[in-house]
Design a protein around this ligand. Sequence first.
Ligand code: HOZ
Length: 474
Amino acid sequence: MASTTASGVGLGLSCSTKLSKRTPLYSSSSRSSRLCVKMAVSVEKKTYTLEKSQEAFNAAKELMPGGVNSPVRAFKSVGGQPIVIDSVKGSKMRDIDGNEYIDYVGSWGPAIIGHADDEVLAALAETMKKGTSFGAPCLLENVLAEMVISAVPSIEMVRFVNSGTEACMGALRLVRAFTGKPKIIKFEGCYHGHADPFLVKAGSGVATLGLPDSPGVPKAATSETLTAPYNDIAAVENLFNANKGEVAAIILEPVVGNSGFIVPRPEFLTAIRKLTKENDALLIFDEVMTGFRLSYGGAQEYFGITPDVTTLGKIIGGGLPVGAYGGRRDIMEMVAPAGPMYQAGTLSGNPLAMTAGIHTLKRLQKPGSYEYLDKITSELVDGLLEAGKKTGHAMCGGYINGMFGFFFREGPVYNFEDAKKSDTSKFGRFYQGMLREGVYLAPSQFEAGFTSLAHTSQDIQRTIEAAEKVLAQI
Ligand code: HOZ
């Protein structure tokens, strides 16, 4: 199921029918064939324009820093300007100029069953009749909590919050409270949200923009954060030896999605689990991206390694703002009001987010979900690498079920330093070409891509054809 490939691996895909890049905006059934031909020609000639997006983004820049509410969206590392989205459905996004794209961002992960799923929307409409936020317990919290606890091996109790950042903040306070130790070990290029202690050699937007550690983060906030290169067991051993009795926990993305897509070497997670136990430290898996994506039980189920604490986000909110942290009962009972560790949230566990999460997870429970994700993602990644090979570009990439990534360099890529050797300016040119061809990828070399149950083999074929065309031009 997992695959990382140093160079192109072909599946012998036959590029069959050329499909129209845009969904036809009319039905020809009641018109004369002459008229249809004329209209078809004019649709073919529709030039790709981003005029309305440009105008909206220019206005946005006056209203919000950089014109966005999250830095990676600003397209700074791929050139051009962001497309402004009007609507999403299934595997597609449509911008305000009417261009349609096959989407491999999936709102950065949540859209695993496809955007704006009819069942999720219907369930939300029902819930909404009763209100949008109670600021008090509701039954839906119990339902989602039970689903999460029965799915994720490490979670015996869970606390819902509103984002992955909040989940990691809570988990950090928790491991420090439980162990009584101050330090944490994180890995270079891993991203655990934007809380101060994690903004050290961080991935995602920090990596994309090539930012130094952020101003505004006091030295004291990061002085207890130790870092090591991903996949480097010796470096972690050294940190434990140099900080004896002081390390509360290791936090990591069990598969990295925030420096591009990087898988752990076979022995890495086992060794990390062993080292944390030997040093009386806890292990946190940040499964904000990988939870319910690599398998229903997340990366910990996929690899068979159980951490002490897990953070979740994205998929469990089905596209609404949700995060969660959970773990062993004795650890979670530290959290207020069961215990003394304080953490709270006005909108936490709100009925809409719970509803979208419940219905998204229900769909994922259907037999064959992860096999389908594996099938289409393997077609996609193998096809992209084959396209690179045909057109003479050094590329490497990999995937696990619905998560994937590729770099413009020969493989393997084991850590952030390796990832940074990708040809990012080529990635930018590829990115712009793919956008014009109607394919929306994450606008950064240092982000993973995501597929969904709504992606079809036709979507994948179109994407590979587009990639071949673009790669031949850049
Ligand atoms: N931190 C997100 C990706 N790892 C980006 C979020 C966004 O721009 O929406």
